[in-house]
Design a protein. Structure first.
Length: 394
């Protein structure tokens, strides 16, 4: 039986659909006529299975208080087993409306004023905000960028973790924005150091399903029983299947003592009930969305290859860091010799493209831009053309 071939080239009009990506870009970036290549949601239709399940649920006509059904939890278990080789127990799967919400709950529930939270910039800005929102101190272990690849500075990581005030590390795996998929050896070293220094690892694996051929996502808690005992794993179908607006994520906590603290946080803030439609969409995606995802990843990889080749041949001053995971390209623009505001103005005012500027991921991201590659190739080509013209006119 032949599987359906999805059309990722289809242009779907999103402007006017209350889309943050498309309807808020001009206001947020204070510029009109922008091509939105920023916030991490896809411009692709979801898998047919998700649409069908939502229609069926809508036809029911009642949308009362809901729970995560046994079939939902079983679907999450099967997905983690089949996709990542990670066997998880039903009771490990905790709810959150989203990973960012969970990060704030976790920092609040597992640290105290005066404690320090460690992050690895350039990194997703809500990591920094989740610590600052709770008035916690930040410690940074910057990634090392050398010869076109990012790695962790383990000597610096151990120095930082040896501070007894460092109670938590928020790890991004795969890493947003630099696109690294950490190896088992790298993650094991993080686990060993965190155990040695009694640091809780909160691992954001929201992009864990978005890994390209030749790379393998290793769930942090799947490394060993020891890793599982001192970690909280944040996952969601939102990036994988483009359902972020349905507010559903799965926070996986193997250790019962850690899980109890987290569940108390959910209860405290009245966040323990899922969105009825979100749960339906997520279950349908986990059950039937694998083929769609495989095709989607192939399409995104070809988008990434197009951008890398275009820059190499037409704008050699710019290079894209090799993409191992996520659908977020990280472009090094430092050879243009512009400061961060000049670079921002070049992209916004001249090229008319809404990228995420690298400095928003930390000072270490200065001179870079992050581009959303999960869109029809015609938009990628349009963005590259705009960028080329703007740079030629410098």
């Amino acid at each position: 039986m032949n599987s359906k071939e999805y059309d990722f080239d289809e242009i779907i009009e999103r402007k006017g659909s209350a889309s943050v990506k498309w309807d808020e870009a001009d206001r947020i970036f204070h510029t009109e006529g922008l091509l939105p290549m920023w916030v991490a949601d896809m411009d692709f239709r979801v898998p047919d299975e998700v649409t069908a399940a939502l229609r069926n649920r809508v036809d029911h006509g009642i949308y009362g208080y809901s729970l995560r059904s046994e079939s939902y939890l079983a679907a999450v278990q099967r997905w983690m087993s089949a996709r990542h080789g990670w066997e998880i127990e039903r009771e490990w799967i905790c709810h959150s409306p989203g990973v960012v919400t969970a990060l704030n709950l976790i920092v609040d529930g597992f640290t105290e004023p005066g404690d320090k939270v460690l992050i690895q910039p350039p990194v997703y800005p809500p990591f920094r905000k989740s610590a600052r929102n709770q008035a916690r101190d930040l410690v940074t272990n910057p990634l090392v960028y050398d010869q076109g690849k990012y790695t962790m500075d383990f000597a610096d990581l151990e120095r930082k973790m040896s501070d007894p005030s460092v109670k938590m590390m928020i790890l991004c795996s795969p890493h947003n924005p630099v696109g690294r998929v950490w190896t088992k050896a790298e993650l094991s070293q993080v686990s060993q150091l965190s155990l040695k220094h009694h640091v809780l690892v909160v691992c954001d694996e929201i992009h864990g399903d978005l890994v390209f051929s030749g790379k393998k996502q290793i769930p942090f808690a799947g490394l060993s029983e020891e890793a599982a005992s001192h970690s909280i794993i944040c996952t969601a179908p939102s990036k994988t299947f483009n359902i972020a607006g349905l507010q559903i994520s799965n926070i996986i906590i193997p250790d019962p003592a850690l899980r109890r603290i987290y569940l108390d946080q959910l209860q405290r803030f009245s966040l323990n009930e899922p969105n009825a439609l979100g749960a339906v969409a997520a279950e349908a995606a986990y059950r039937g969305g694998g083929e769609w995802l495989d095709q989607c990843l192939d399409y995104i990889k070809r988008n990434a290859d197009y951008v890398a080749d275009f820059l190499r041949s037409r704008i050699p001053e710019l290079t894209m860091v090799p993409l191992e995971g996520t659908y977020l390209g990280w472009i090094d623009c430092r050879k243009l010799g512009l400061d961060k505001i000049q670079l921002q103005n070049l992209m916004l005012k001249k090229a008319k493209i809404a990228f995420n500027q690298g400095y928003t991921f930390g000072d270490e991201g200065g001179g870079f831009v992050r581009v959303n590659l999960a869109c029809p190739r015609s938009l990628i080509k349009q963005a590259m053309g705009r960028m080329l013209q703007a740079i030629q006119n410098l």
